[in-house]
Design a protein around this ligand. Structure first.
Ligand code: NAD
Length: 483
């Protein structure tokens, strides 16, 4: 059933505005290829206006100095989102394709994150240092100013809130640029602030439109003091080059190729379903998807068989069905890209299951791919090295710890890893040697607003969530006083 959503507008300085371009862009449901709504296809004038208004709001309101106001505003936003959870979960599934039960989890994570940073807004403090009998140093934490937040489509609600909540808690004004494939859900969440008096107009702005125009202007405009970018590593690198011109403060959350390392003594009853879920969640379109399994030779066959059974069990279909475990990928373009990787896999490795577009009945209209597993994947294969962003799992075999570490660290990425063993000493040894911003031991995909997240190597710069995630959105000032 098609539910047509209205044409959304940009939110600038507390007003809903149409783009100066007079153009809109369509949002497509990846499960049916139907158009479900439209948003503004903004141009340079729109984003420049939003930045100007954000700067002015930051300068004139008491937002930056009134931490209890910020705390109340974020808490109220959390309550409003809780109230509209079901309605927004539906928009998220329609626009992104993910199963409705996953959309609810994503929104619950948003609510939790807003609440956490509502509390943290009151807990930003510096320190003082007694430098001599007459000299004191005060180390002060200040908001940065206008923060540009550029977010992707795969977890569009969470990845926007994950950045906007700490940026606002720290006292900044924000301009959001959601991904062009998922603007409707982002707008629906921002809409929830319009009746919250504690948000001064202009402190939260959202402008939808193409990354190359809107994102580019945000990156180069001198009135944007910092950029938080979550997206593809190649886009992030280009953005970094542009931001260098203005020496702009930058936080980058980029791609991954995360391994799960399974030792012979792993609890396979827990490991196999968790590892499969980590690979196929959001149809594999997850930055920290466990897209590689590095397994000890003694349990290799058992693990591959178990993973195959898990893949066979998945109910694939329209995300609006309560029983759906895996939806389509985001677009036809993404579908073709994943199928190309499956061809590479067929040449370089052994296909265990999947590898094809899923068709038949209602699946014909959408962008569905079979959950796919390749075994004996050589480290030099592109399916071991590159982020596929689809439901494709690469299995690799190791003989000893040294080889496991070498395989785990053998890509340009370093976002996350899982270690599965009953030997605590070994688990800690491996966790210390793996080059990744997050290491899960005997579990995977456990994220909390209070724990830092981010990438080693080409998976990113800076940290999101937790205290460090909050401090990313502050400047540090030393005030020295002689008495
Ligand atoms: P993308 O890089 O194509 O787009 C991300 C955002 O950047 C979008 O809003 C897009 O419109 C914008 N953009 C595009 N060109 C731009 C430009 N020239 N200047 C400024 N902005 C521009 O990424 P995507 O396809 O939306 O998302 C998938 C990627 O995001 C994957 O690589 C995934 O691993 C990564 N990701 C990382 C994390 C993390 O926390 N590390 C989380 C989720 C997704």
């Amino acid at each position: 059933m098609l539910t047509k959503i209205e044409v959304t507008r940009n939110y600038i300085n507390g007003e809903w505005r149409e783009a100066e371009t007079g153009e809109t862009m369509e949002s497509v449901n990846p499960a049916t290829a139907e158009i479900i709504g439209e948003s503004q296809k903004s141009g340079l004038e729109d984003i420049k206006l939003a930045i100007k208004d954000a700067k002015s709001a930051f300068g004139k309101s008491d937002w930056r100095s009134n931490s209890s106001r910020r705390s109340d505003a974020l808490m109220q936003w959390a309550y409003n989102l809780k109230e509209k959870r079901e309605e927004i979960a539906r928009i998220l599934t329609l626009e992104n394709g993910k199963p409705i039960k996953e959309s609810r989890i994503e929104l619950d994570a948003c609510i939790d994150t807003l609440k956490y940073f509502a509390g943290m807004a009151r807990s930003i403090f510096g320190r003082s240092i007694n430098l001599s009998s007459t000299s004191y140093g005060i180390i002060d934490k200040e908001p940065i100013g206008v923060v540009g937040i550029i977010s992707p489509w795969n977890w569009p609600a969470m990845l926007m809130i994950r950045e906007i909540a700490p940026a606002l808690a720290a006292g900044n004004a924000v301009v959001l640029k959601p991904a062009s494939r998922t603007p409707l859900v982002s707008i629906a969440i921002v809409k929830l602030i319009e009746k919250i008096d504690d948000f001064p107009p202009g402190i939260v702005n959202i402008v939808t439109g193409p990354g190359k125009v809107i994102g580019d202007e945000m990156t180069t405009n001198p009135d944007v003091n910092a950029i938080s970018f979550t997206g593809d590593t190649t886009t992030g690198k280009n953005l970094m080059k542009k931001a260098a011109e203005k020496v702009k403060k930058l936080a980058l959350e980029l791609g991954g190729k995360s391994p799960n390392i399974l030792f012979a003594d792993a609890n396979l009853n827990k490991a196999i379903p968790t590892v499969a879920k980590s690979a196929f969640i959001t149809a594999g379109q997850m930055c920290f998807a466990g897209s590689r399994v590095i397994v000890h030779e003694s349990i290799h066959q058992e693990v591959v068989l178990g993973l195959r059974k898990e893949a066979e069990k998945l109910k694939i279909g329209n995300g609006l069905n309560e029983s759906t475990d895996m939806g389509p990928v985001i677009s036809e373009e993404q579908l073709n890209k994943v199928l190309e990787y499956c061809e590479i896999g067929r040449q370089d490795a052994k296909l265990v299951i999947g590898g094809n577009r899923l068709i038949g009945g209602e699946l014909d209209k959408g962008f569905y791919i079979e959950p796919t597993i390749f075994d004996y994947v050589p480290m030099e294969s592109r399916i071991a090295q590159e982020e596929i962003f689809g439901p494709v799992l690469a299995v690799q075999v190791f003989r000893d710890e040294e080889e496991a570490i070498s395989l785990a660290n053998g890509t340009i990425f370093g976002l996350a890893a899982g270690v599965w063993t009953k030997d605590v000493n070994r688990a800690m040894r491996i966790a210390k040697k793996v080059e990744a911003g997050t290491v899960w031991i005997n579990t995977y995909n456990k994220n909390y607003p209070q724990t830092e997240f981010g990438g080693y190597k080409e998976s990113g710069i800076g940290r999101t969530r937790g205290i460090e995630g909050l401090l990313e959105y502050t400047e540090t000032k030393h005030i020295n006083i002689e008495i």
